[in-house]
Each structure stands twice: as C-alpha cells, then as structure tokens.
Design a protein around this ligand. Structure first.
Ligand SMILES: [Zn+2]
Length: 410
C-alpha cells in the first residue's frame, strides 16, 4: 500500500472513531455545562465574585474530563462505577477505600517461562473476615500487609498500572507461593478498577481542590472546580452506576444518551427550574458521595422499566426520527416519544439535574470552608490565563447592557 493511501486509510479510520465519539453516552456536553454554570449561583458572596468572573471557564471546562477519555486509558473509569458487579444495595461489603476495594478484588497469577498463566488466588473468593490471611492451595497472602502494599501502589493520577509483577525469587513479604518447583513470576492483577472508580476519584479531587484553595492558586481552583463538577454530576446519573449502562443487556440500547442527553436537551431550558437554593456545607464528603450514588442506583429500576413498557406499547415506527446535526444525519428518539418517557418518569431527570447543581456548588463551597475560607477577592485580577481562556474571560467582562440584539434564554 502506498504511503498516501495508508495516510488516507488512517484518516478515514480516525474520522470513523471521531464519529463514534459523538454517539458515546455522556450526561451530554449540554447537561454538564448547564450544571457547572448554574452551580456558581449557589455560592456565598465570598466565593461568588471569583466564580462569576470565571463562569465561562467553569462552564466550558466542565466537559474536559469527557474529552480526555478518548485520549487516555485511565480517564474513563473515573466517570462511573458498576455497582451491580459488587453485590446488592446498600453495598455494605464494598469498601469505601479504593486501595482496600482493589485488595479484595485482585487476582494472583503464576506465569511460567513460556508465558502460560495460572490463577493461583482470587482475593474476592478467599476473603474471609475471620483470618488475617487469604489462602488457596497454591498461594497465601497476609491481609494487613497486602492492604498496606495496595495503599502504597494505588495512584489516582494517570494510572496506567493495573498489574504488578514479582520474580519468584524476590516475592514481597506478604505473598508466599506453596510450590517449591514453581518457576517464572507472580502477577498481581487489579480486577476492581475496570468497573469504575468514580466515588473514590471524587474524594481524591476534593482534597486537591481544598489544597488549591489553601494555596490560593486561582488557575488550579478553576480547573479542579470545573472537573470535580463533572464527576459529581456523573454520579447523579443512574446509568453511571450499572454494568448495563447503555441497555445492552435488556435490549434497550441507546437508553444512556436518551436519558442524559436527549431529554435534558429537549426540556431543560424550557421546563426545568434550576433555582436550587444555597450551597450547603458537606462535613462528610465520603458519606455525601455514597448516598448520592446509591440514590442514583435505586432509580435504575424505573429508568429501565418505564422505557421498556413504553417501547413495547408505543408504535415502533414512531419511536425514532432522523435529524440533521453538524451536517450529519443522526437517529434520535422522536420528540413525542421522548415526551412520553419524560412524563412517565415524573420529573426524575430534572430532579437529578437539580441535585447535581446543588451538589456541585456544595462541594466547591465545602472545599473552600475546609481550606479556611481564604479571601478570593484578590484572585479576581490575578489569574494568568492561557490564550483561549483569556479570550473567554474578555467576553465574560461584557455587561448585559452591552449585549447587542436579543438576549438568549439561558
Ligand atoms: Zn463523565
């Protein structure tokens, strides 16, 4: 194949991939931007000035985490957690500490010189509360030390390691292999993270935001506020808490974008009330995150059952319509059909969006309070923007009276 045709093929493939990205399920760029923007208005006067001044940054950068998920492997798992993989409500046996959750969802393999691997211990199956070790016929792990080791190796940022190797001759003290004749290496594989780490990641971001406030690092405060806003919103979406996130297991493919993109785009601006009151101090962030997550998970039953009932009773040829978007023809749920689903859910999408807005504002507020309520007023002048941000900031400086033409509705 010629070099040119290789390049063309590559380009075609890239376009194909970028086409896929658009239909990938997300709260929707629309929803995330809206939530971050409205969250600003929940803030107390001491924070409001700074956030309002930078409201366009906060709005636009709400979708950075979604953009990033196509470029790196470590990003996607931060947006969800497949709770149903980990048991049943209220998931008491699922550790709220990431390193511990991983330690109890790991597999230990023996890999011989020909690269054949044998599973010698699955911590999920061998975790008994009564002993201080986990043991199979071929392997034994000291629990306490294994937990400590996990705590040390688990990194939240740009994590690309999901397995760790040890030569048989130099095993860590917490791990012993029973066969003396075994050769090769031992590989410890994290079987937890692939099912999502959203609640844990939000906690780690919260600490960073708190730190940014205490350092009065304006740029960092804005970046972290924008992004934590994204993740907090994500855990408000029921479909971000299940393995059946896009209805594939129940023959409801596409339900994700239907719920979190199509419906808000149709109804948020015209029907939803986004006045959600003042941000509140969240004293226990972990508690808040998990209560929110379990609330989302409880709503799954309705999300699926109502759509199922509707799709079976509604005329099939009136469920999907074709619309032109960005010069592409896209298949979407027809407006009438969407309205029927929306009405049957009785305000669920609006409620989750309202809770997201209030939650995002409350998380920002709490990080600021815990950082000692630093004075943000001097930051207003001092942000060193990059070129794109500078342009946004300039646009944000226009007073309403200077806007020409019709005022838009949002
Ligand atoms: Zn997301």
């Amino acid at each position: 194949m010629s070099r040119i045709s290789k390049i063309l093929l590559f380009l075609a493939f890239s376009l194909f991939l970028s086409g896929m990205k658009i239909s990938e399920p997300l709260w929707g760029f629309f929803g995330h931007k809206k939530i971050n923007r409205m969250a600003v208005f929940t803030l107390p006067p001491e924070m409001l000035g700074f956030y309002k001044k930078n409201i366009d940054y906060i709005t636009e950068h709400s979708i950075d985490p979604d953009k990033r998920r196509y470029n790196t492997d470590y990003e996607a798992i931060r947006h969800y957690i497949d709770l149903d993989v980990h048991g049943e409500l209220p998931f008491d046996h699922l550790s709220r500490e990431l390193s511990e959750a991983i330690a109890y969802n790991s597999q230990i393999f023996l890999v011989n010189e020909r690269s054949d691997s044998t599973l010698i211990l699955d911590t999920k199956k061998h975790n008994s509360a009564k002993t201080n070790y986990m043991e199979s016929a071929k392997c034994k792990i000291q629990k306490e030390q294994f937990l400590a080791w996990n705590k040390e190796v688990i990194r939240y940022d740009q994590r690309e390691e999901y397995s760790y190797e040890f030569e048989l001759g130099s095993l860590p003290e917490w791990l012993s292999v029973k066969s003396r004749s075994a050769k090769g290496k031992i590989v410890v594989v994290d079987k937890f993270s692939e099912y999502g780490i959203a609640p844990y990641y939000i906690e780690s971001m919260f600490s960073k935001l708190k730190y940014a406030f205490s350092e009065l690092d304006g740029k960092r405060i804005l970046q972290l506020s924008s992004e934590i806003g994204h993740y907090v919103s994500d855990i408000h979406v029921p479909l971000h808490t299940t393995q059946n996130y896009n209805g594939a297991d129940t023959d409801q493919l596409g339900i994700h974008a239907f719920w979190e993109t199509r419906l808000p785009e149709l109804y948020a601006d015209s029907q939803y009330d986004f006045m959600v009151g003042k941000a509140e101090f969240v004293s226990d962030q972990r508690e808040y995150i998990w209560v929110t997550l379990l609330e989302s998970h409880r709503q799954l039953e309705d999300v699926f059952a109502i759509e199922k009932e509707l799709s079976q009773s509604y005329p099939t040829d009136q469920q999907y319509c074709y619309e032109e978007r960005n010069n592409r023809t896209v298949r979407l749920e027809c407006e009438e059909y969407a309205r029927a689903y929306h009405e049957k859910m009785n305000g669920m999408v609006e409620q989750r969006m309202r809770k997201s807005i209030h939650g995002v504002g409350s998380i920002w507020f709490s990080a600021w309070v815990l950082a000692g309520q630093p004075d943000l007023s001097e930051l207003i002048q001092d942000i060193n923007y990059g070129e794109a941000e500078r342009k946004l900031a300039k646009e944000a400086q226009y007073k309403p009276s200077e806007i020409k033409g019709r005022k838009h509705t949002n």
